[in-house]
Write a protein of this length. Structure first.
Length: 446
């Protein structure tokens, strides 16, 4: 008699699944979550930015996170740290070479050219509130994904624009309660800068042995970068270095003087910084950065923002020669400053808490909540909770002045209970007039 074949026992786990419990995912290095507890600060920054831009007649624009890599190579500059070391670039399955934008100015300039904004009334004033990506060494104040609020004024070369931008950036911080100073310099035209670069190289060359390996490379490739080097011993060497202001042509000098006069006029505090050159190649003439005057320990991550004029960028990107200037503020850093400062009440307290008892009460409460919202009254709820005690505890926690209670009985009677949370008293009101009753009470207590 044939024996039945032995069948292998069926595995309880599907193939390819390890027996170990799945591990939770960690954050990708340099990335971070912005949690609800921080949203108050982010919102505050956004509101101040939006208010300022509305007042200054600046229109919002948002460009894509992904751009052709060449835009940044050409726009920001092949030999900048951003392009050399920090770009998140990859090839798509379609063979396109793309980059997660490391900054906003090149993308906005591309959009200006692409959409023929030259034909609009000039200058075109644009602002953005966007996320950017740089593959830098992550540390406090330096992330691989970060936010900037930026403004670009395109199509105007007058010095008043440079000053207005520095004023706007400074005012943004001031309105948030941060006392900032604008560090400012002029790097002149491309021609004056070329002469200055030669002078700088001639000064540093005999001191080559005292430079770090990175600075030796900077000396060869772009001596201007030596000025923003933070290597130890550099401050001493820089002190004696030639200063760009002595190499500026008359037009650049006049432009810079006018920017400073305008800043004096509007009372924006500034410091001349002869070694401020900025890490992006598109700048011409004015460059500036913003620092918190109360920050005691300065690091490479201390700049809250930076900007300047970039009259040559449009042409580099294939557009018609168009003067432009702008700034961007690092919102992650601004928020971190705000969080370290004393603050008043963080969130607006709720006006009413809508409590319910039983299924019929819950249905009515759901609709009532919507009525409060439409009337502009800030309401809170805990509809998934059954216990009235738990709901009253929640009402207290969120600082509600009144609780509205609707149960089976109230639904049948067409009424609602209004409980004064401070006094502990209750009254029964017509269910259709409950919103109106609260409006009356709010008018009295205001
Ligand atoms: P930026 O100086 O490279 O300029 O960046 C502006 C600000 O963004 C910095 O001052 C800093 O607060 C913040 N930031 C930069 N990198 C990081 C990072 N890895 N983590 C956190 N915050 C960061 C620009 O991007 C120019 N596009 C500004 C501009 C606009 N110039 C003319 N128009």
């Amino acid at each position: 008699m044939p024996q039945p074949k032995k069948v292998a026992p069926v595995s309880k786990k599907p193939e390819g699944v390890s027996k170990k419990a799945p591990q939770p995912f960690a954050l990708v290095r340099g990335m971070r979550d912005i949690l609800p507890s921080d949203q108050y600060y982010w919102r505050k920054c956004f509101e101040v930015a939006q208010g300022l831009c509305d007042a200054y007649g600046v229109d919002r624009v948002e460009t894509p996170v992904l751009e052709e890599s060449g835009l940044f190579v050409r726009g920001v500059g092949k030999q900048t740290d951003i392009v050399e070391k920090e770009m998140f670039s990859f090839e798509t399955t379609g063979g396109e070479h793309v980059t997660l934008r490391p900054e906003g100015t090149a993308g906005i300039s591309r959009a200006y050219i692409h959409h023929g904004m030259l034909n609009l009334s000039q200058p075109v004033k644009l602002w953005y509130w966007s996320q950017f990506f740089r593959h830098e060494k992550p540390q406090s104040g330096r992330y691989r994904q970060f936010w900037q609020y930026g403004v670009e004024i395109i199509g105007e070369s007058d010095a008043v624009v440079d000053a207005q931008l520095a004023l706007m950036a400074w005012r943004f911080l001031k309105d948030l309660g941060i006392d900032a100073v604008v560090r400012i310099n002029s790097i002149g035209t491309a021609e004056s800068r070329a002469n200055y670069k030669s002078a700088l190289a001639a000064y540093f060359r005999p001191k080559r042995s005292r430079l770090s390996e990175d600075d030796k490379k900077r000396l060869l490739k772009n001596p201007l970068r030596l000025l923003d080097s933070k290597e130890p011993g550099m401050a001493e060497l820089k002190a004696e270095a030639p200063q760009i202001v002595d190499w500026l042509d008359e037009t650049s000098k006049n432009h810079f003087m006018r920017v400073l006069e305008y800043l004096d006029e509007v009372g924006v505090p500034y410091q001349l910084d002869p070694f401020l050159v900025r890490g992006l190649d598109y700048y011409t003439q004015t460059v500036f950065e913003l620092y918190d005057t109360n920050e005691t320990e300065e690091t490479a991550q201390s700049a809250l923002g930076g900007g300047g004029r970039y009259d040559g960028l449009m042409e580099i990107l294939g557009g018609r020669p168009t003067p432009a200037a702008g700034f961007a503020l690092g919102i992650d850093r601004v928020v971190s400053r705000l969080k370290s400062m004393p603050h008043e009440q963080q969130e607006k307290k709720v006006d009413v808490f809508v409590a319910q008892l039983g299924e019929a009460g819950r249905k009515r409460a759901l609709a009532l909540f919507e009525e409060f919202r439409l009337a502009g009254i800030k309401a809170a709820e805990a509809f998934a909770k059954n216990s009235i005690k738990t709901q009253m505890e929640t009402a207290n926690r969120c600082g509600a002045r009144w609780a509205i209670i609707v149960g089976q009985k109230e639904v049948l009677d067409g009424t609602a209970i209004i409980r004064d949370m401070d006094a502990g008293t209750q009254e029964i009101v017509d269910g259709r007039k409950v919103v109106h009753e609260i409006q009356k009470k709010m008018a009295i207590t205001e």
